[in-house]
Design a protein around this ligand. Structure first.
Ligand code: FAD
Length: 445
């Protein structure tokens, strides 16, 4: 990055990542403008499941994922779906995803995710308090519910690995104990669950609205309906040209989520992100509403009881930049909820929604400057965890742009990927670093 600290930063993309970057840059005394092609918070950050999930350390690319991927190719009603098509970027992405499905790489990618997740969880608690963000924030943990005994024990092995490696783990809740803990579940519908007490939840759209209000009061400028078109400058960008005029800056952040690969000409870099389409249904709260958020694991349905509503969400569809609301995908959410919940639906449907998750092949986001411009930084590719990773991403981006010591290991998110010594990352629950045996020096792809 250029040696001088920027006085003015333009952020392209007003999702949760762009907003978090705006927060920490403003805190560093920078003049900030956030521009979005549509509404602020109208992209993938709008109606996601709202889970803040330090529990989600392991990425999708893990041993066994390839078999599931194959089932996804041949099955029409799998919760993960790949629409086969002639798209060399999709096939290249899948190939690189497949190469990440080893034990060693799962652990390494897990370290990179763990650092952002842990830091963000702490930062959220501070932010909610200091910025008084109104977003239905609750710290009730999360239940990973298994209908089958085999599924429950299979996850138990991952839980043991997580405990041994990162020092973070869930508690088992089996049989009657589970139905006492969460009476909204149909008695006898599940063998057991794994309970992660440190997870939290919120309503993402409320977070975005409240955060914007706070930042506007702090002097951040938000511009909507301004589509970024081009940077102007030689090796240093000076101006972002948009459909609503030009925005000058000393530095720029590209936080355009799943849209980022579409900017490959402007960035002279094609980031390996595929849109992973997910769905949600938001309703008013049912009379028998769950008290703890849960993931119905076999059905891949997340259930989020919010103070101001109730949401079923998830499913993953690799269908390119497809903008249709597919009723079959919504039915999968219905069916999963019916199998497990006493009152699966609230009386009023408020919104049926889809969003494009920015999926990288290794489950790590990309937080790095572009090779083309020395003052343009990408912060995108947060997969299924953008809400959970936003504050630490924003803080890291501000640290990198301001030339400060990063609070987490920035190399873990560089692109192209570089070898990273994850032994420098601290584990949760251990006073000094990680438990013995878990030092992993991850290579790249
Ligand atoms: C069903 C579902 C459930 C999910 N549940 C969770 C969850 O429980 N917890 C969690 O942590 N994560 C969850 N996620 C993932 C999370 O929503 C995403 O990782 C996150 O929203 C990504 O944020 P972002 O800011 O990178 O992208 P976005 O929110 O998509 O923001 C990108 C913005 O860039 C703008 N943009 C794009 N191109 C341009 C351009 N050329 N010019 C100007 N603006 C542009 C877009 O309009 C958009 O507003 C879920 C996702 C889905 C789909």
């Amino acid at each position: 990055m250029p040696a001088s600290r920027p006085n003015r930063v333009v952020i392209i993309g007003g999702g949760v990542i762009g907003t978090a970057c705006a927060h920490f840059l403003r805190q560093s005394g920078v003049e900030v403008t956030v521009i979005d092609q549509g509404r602020h918070g109208g992209g993938c950050s709008h109606a996601n499941c709202g889970l803040i999930s330090p529990s989600h350390i392991f990425p999708l690319c893990r041993p066994g994922a390839l078999a599931e991927g194959f089932r996804a190719l041949v099955s029409s009603n799998s919760s993960i779906k790949i629409r086969p098509r002639l798209d060399r970027h999709l096939w290249s992405w899948l190939y690189r995803f497949a190469a990440q499905c080893t034990h060693e790489k799962m652990i390494a990618n897990g370290w990179a995710r763990h650092a952002l997740l842990q830091s963000s969880r702490k930062l959220y608690a501070e932010l909610i308090e200091t910025a008084r963000l109104e977003c239905d924030w609750e710290e009730r943990g999360c239940l990973f519910v298994f209908r089958s005994e085999a599924g429950f024990h299979h996850y138990g092995k991952l839980n043991a690995l997580m405990k041994e490696t990162y020092g973070l783990f869930a508690d088992p809740v089996v049989g009657e104990e589970l139905f006492k803990l969460e009476p909204a579940l149909i008695p006898g519908s599940a063998y057991g669950a794994w309970y992660f007490p440190m997870d939290a939840h919120m309503r993402a759209s409320r977070l975005l609205a409240s955060w914007r209000k706070y930042l506007e009061a702090e002097g951040v400028n938000f511009v909507e309906n301004a589509t970024f078109e081009q940077f102007e400058g030689t090796s240093t960008a000076r101006v972002a040209r948009t459909s609503r005029g030009v925005f000058e800056g000393d530095a720029f952040v590209v936080a355009t989520g799943a849209w980022t690969p579409l900017l490959h000409r402007q960035l002279e870099l094609r980031v390996p992100i595929q849109p992973g389409k997910g769905y949600s249904i938001t309703m008013s709260r049912p009379a028998v509403c769950p008290t703890i958020p849960m993931i119905l694991e076999e059905d891949h349905v997340a259930v989020t009881p919010m103070q101001s509503g109730y949401r079923l969400g998830s499913t993953m569809e690799f269908a390119g930049y497809d903008t249709t609301l597919n009723p079959k995908r919504l039915n999968l959410l219905h069916d999963g909820a019916v199998r497990s919940l006493r009152e699966p639906f609230g009386p009023t449907v408020e919104e049926e929604w889809w969003g494009w998750r920015p999926m990288t092949f290794d489950g790590r986001p990309i937080i790095d400057r572009t090779p083309r411009f020395d003052n343009v930084m990408i912060a995108a590719g947060h997969n299924m965890l953008g809400l959970s990773m936003a504050p630490a991403t924003g803080r890291l981006v501000a640290e990198l742009l301001m030339g400060q010591q990063p609070h987490i290991l920035a190399d873990a998110y560089r692109y192209p990927r570089v070898p990273v010594d994850f032994s420098r990352m601290p584990a949760t629950g251990t006073a000094e670093g990680k438990p013995a045996g878990s030092v992993v020096t991850a290579s790249t792809e």
